[in-house]
Design a protein. Structure first.
Ligand SMILES: [Zn+2]
Length: 500
């Protein structure tokens, strides 16, 4: 054996030995296994850190969610005008540059909500569960109480911090929140009435699944400082019960301008309290007003229990930040200047064909009539209809999902979503997955299913309960076969006890 062959031989033996030791260690220590899930089925809301992308059950499979910002909002960094007549007679209050769509920013009416509901119902007639349109409206749960703030002496106190205990000597911002008032939209200059039943109806009918946007949509501390300057633009808007600043961007944005991280967290938690008290569950996806994003906000979002966030159309594409799924949103706003509906629809189809996942940004403004002619309003809605018709026709493997489902499926191939009195599970992996039958309190609901008999409804595909008992209860294991969608709810025979 030559010296060269001996060296090669020696190194080859060492390599084999190293590989053998590694394989042994792998068996002993089970490298690459997620320890949290060992020996038990995964908990519905735990998102593992990213490993490899989940293997999907069909090559043509793709997922679309429709994210819709600004519902419930009556204030912003620019004035929100009640209608076109008000906007055109108060040109002096405008802060956005000429031609910018923000000059027409408005809020929803009863009629807008009814029309949107009818459109979605019509689009969902005679389609399979997976092809049903579902919106993910991002909710603003509060705004200023102008009436109450007018009674305060000037200058307004600006030390608001986390709005602890409503101390008006420290904070001149008085807030109306969704869960305990009909909000600013019920008051002048909007006078929309109490829209809360209509909001809830769209959720009960599973036409939308609200998530979190914020509780003011502008920087409260910056606004108070501008309000304290006599003759300011902010004061002129305030006199008409509107919010604005010295420029269109001066009050951007809600989650910026906090001095301490703890104050930001308290501000978010207060908004989440209101969201949960109104909608009955905890939001899981955050869209930050004006799409601002900072490491502070990422930390606060994780701490507050969000699993995902949705950014703007030019922000960094899909990534994981700790346990937080971060995605961009291609803009699909028919009201946006220069928007080409046909071209945008084709781009979304292209994205879905290539990346398999799309979370599009379809602002609430698309469904609002007040600052547009009837012709423009109908054009905006018909563009949405065109999108839905075309994605369904061109993409046979398409599933339209909520944003929370999109974030979950992207990370692990299956999802759990809470609805009014039920939880819907989906499995899009090539293999079956065993999951716990969750209690809805895990999603923040008040009502627990503990000890109740549950039923499983197969909306698509097949699932079985594993284990000895025939009845299904929380904590039992459910096997979701590939391509299955199931709904779990309380058995009605037990839920309704007949009176004797
Ligand atoms: Zn917004």
């Amino acid at each position: 054996m030559s010296a060269f062959t001996r060296v090669v031989h020696l190194y080859f033996l060492r390599l084999v030995a190293a590989l053998a030791v590694f394989a042994l260690l792998k068996v002993v220590f089970r490298f690459g296994v997620d320890w949290r899930f060992r020996g038990k089925p995964p908990y519905p809301l735990d998102l593992p850190r990213p490993g490899r992308a989940p293997l999907l059950n069909k090559p043509e499979r793709c997922f679309l969610s429709i994210s819709s910002d600004d519902w419930g909002r009556w204030a912003d960094s620019v004035p929100i005008f009640p209608d076109i007549a008000f906007a055109s007679s108060h040109e002096e209050l405008q802060t956005a540059p000429a031609g910018f769509w923000y000059r027409l920013a408005t809020s929803e009416t009863r009629e807008d909500l009814e029309n949107l509901g009818s459109l979605l119902e019509r689009l969902n007639a005679d389609v399979t569960y997976e092809k049903r349109v579902v919106l993910t409206p991002h909710w603003i749960v509060g705004g200023p109480d102008f009436e109450a703030m007018r009674k305060l002496s000037r200058p307004l106190a600006v030390a608001c911090h986390g709005r602890d205990g409503g101390r008006q000597d420290r904070c001149g911002y008085i807030e109306l929140l969704l869960h305990d008032s009909a909000g600013g939209l019920s008051r002048p200059p909007y006078s929309r009435g109490d829209l809360r039943d209509l909001y809830r109806k769209l959720y009960m009918n599973e036409l939308w699944h609200p998530e979190y946007h914020g509780r003011s949509h502008f920087s409260v501390s910056r606004w108070l400082r501008e309000l304290n300057i006599a003759g300011s633009k902010a004061e002129a808007c305030f006199n008409h019960s509107l919010v604005c600043g010295s420029s269109e961007i001066a009050l951007r944005s809600e989650f910026d301008w906090f001095d301490e991280h703890q104050h930001l967290l308290e501000w978010i938690q207060g908004g989440l309290h209101s969201f949960r008290a109104f909608w009955g569950y905890r939001p899981r996806v955050l869209s930050s007003p004006h799409n601002t994003w900072t490491p502070w906000l990422a930390d606060a979002a994780r701490y507050a229990g969000f699993i995902g966030t949705s950014l703007g159309d030019v922000q960094k594409v899909y990534r994981m930040d700790g346990g937080l799924v971060i995605t961009n949103r291609p803009r699909f706003d028919a009201f946006y200047p220069g928007f080409d509906c046909e071209k945008s629809v084709n781009e979304i189809i292209k994205t879905l064909n290539s990346t398999k996942f799309a979370n599009i940004m379809w602002h609430a403004q698309n469904a609002m009539r007040s600052t547009y002619s009837l012709e423009e309003y109908e054009k905006h809605l018909s563009c949405f209809e065109r999108l839905i018709g075309k994605v369904r026709a061109m993409l046979p493997g398409l599933a339209i999902v909520t944003e929370s489902e999109l974030h979950q499926i992207r990370v692990r191939g299956w999802s759990a979503e809470v609805w009014n009195s039920s939880i819907v599970y989906r499995n899009y992996q090539r293999t079956s997955v065993d999951v716990y039958a969750a209690d809805p309190t895990a999603f923040g609901t008040v009502e627990s299913w503990h000890g109740k008999d549950l039923v499983m409804e197969e909306l698509q595909g097949k699932a079985t309960k594993t284990g000895p008992n025939s009845a299904l209860h929380t904590g039992d294991t459910i096997r979701l076969y590939p391509d299955s969608i199931i709904r779990v709810r309380v058995s009605e025979s037990r839920a309704t006890i007949p009176s004797s």
